[in-house]
Design a protein around this ligand. Sequence first.
Ligand code: GUN
Ligand code: FE
Length: 457
Amino acid sequence: MIFKGTAFSSRDHQNIDILEDHLFCISANGVIEQIVAPEEAEYKELINEYSRQNRLQEYEKGQYILPGFVDLHVHAPQWAQAGTALDLPLYDWLNTYTFPLEAKFSDLTFAEEVYTDLVRELIKNGTTTALYFATVHRSASQKLAEICSTLGQRGLVGKVVMDAPDENPDYYRDASAQEALAETELFIQEVLALNEKTPQGVYPVVTPRFIPSCSDEALTGLGTLAKKYDVHIQSHCSESDWAHTFVQERFGKNDAFALNDFGLITEKAVMAHCGFLSEADMQLFAEKGTAVAHCPISNAYFGNAVTPMAKLLRTYQVEAGLGSDISGGFSPSLFDNIKQAVMSSRMLEDGVDSTCCSEQRGTPNARITINEAFYLATAGGGDSLSLPIGKIAVGYAWDAQIIDVQATTAKLPIFSETEALVDIFQKILYLAQPANICEVWIQGRKVHQNRTRKLEV
Ligand code: GUN
Ligand code: FE
């Protein structure tokens, strides 16, 4: 199969490649095999040959190819409460809203209903890979992996571990550390088996909810399991004054070093939030290849700080991507999180208290650009997961969202035939809605189609 169109893709943190009217040749297993520019000798020949075979898909004027988004932090069960209770602080939100909701996922019928709706919604929003927290329940977590497998999304799924009797409600926790570990191991084996039948991949993830919710025994055992099966790891790290201080009081160190003592800071680990990382924590992440999942919308509510993404990316070269953190973040859209990542970083740089003089108000050099935020949502996410995704480049999966800037119900404000592609790219990132996403592809398979142009009558 060959696609013909104009694509935008990150070359590195700061720069975008614009591939105008290129051909993208996709192998039978959904990988980009070759990219051909109009000036190359075989360009015309390939078009003729593939169009004769009916294997050429040519995008229209006004349609653009973006890599599918990689959402590095989603609480799948919390989709059922997205947009609610955000006026509460983290601790109260967890105990009064979130834990009672997550407990309901012992009911597989309810789990299937919510998870199916969420995976569809994320795909509609251009998210082709997601790193999920499910709940403590193994069967419902397995159900989420099956739904990703069936609907065609690349899913990385964790059965949540939270066994500490004093920190979790009796109605919603693992019965013991031993049981949490046995269930996690079984879950890993089940998902590894499911992955064998899933072209786009589904992966099990070792998932201690956060340090406060886990016993030392559970954390030790999870580090051992992650090593034994060489699987991904995810947790919350240095999120909020409360969680960060709790860990310092328990271990006399920050989350990063405490998790490292348990073997949970690895190349395949993704840590959400990270608003309170010290310089030493950042250095540790860089050395270990551990990634930060930046959740800018959620952090505006629960984080108590803006994660210093410019420093993580530029000074420490820490791997990083974006997370919606549904439902700490209300939006299923990484377009929304791209915008918020830029805006939060600008407020960090300028500072926000006008009674403080401008020299002391902010944090110098903290802003990130729209290109950097796009990188986080795409190539940075792929790098964080150590998977060949998030770029329109040879050797990467054909995970793509096709954006129609002329969608009848969501036309973008483009009034010139000759508008620069770099400006169109920025308008897409700031203004595109799900109504602009006309197709979504994952591993070479079309998983979503949306008629964006209504026939005129
Ligand atoms: N810390 C522990 N659990 C959670 C959660 O579900 N959401 C967020 N944002 N932080 C957490
Ligand atoms: Fe979270």
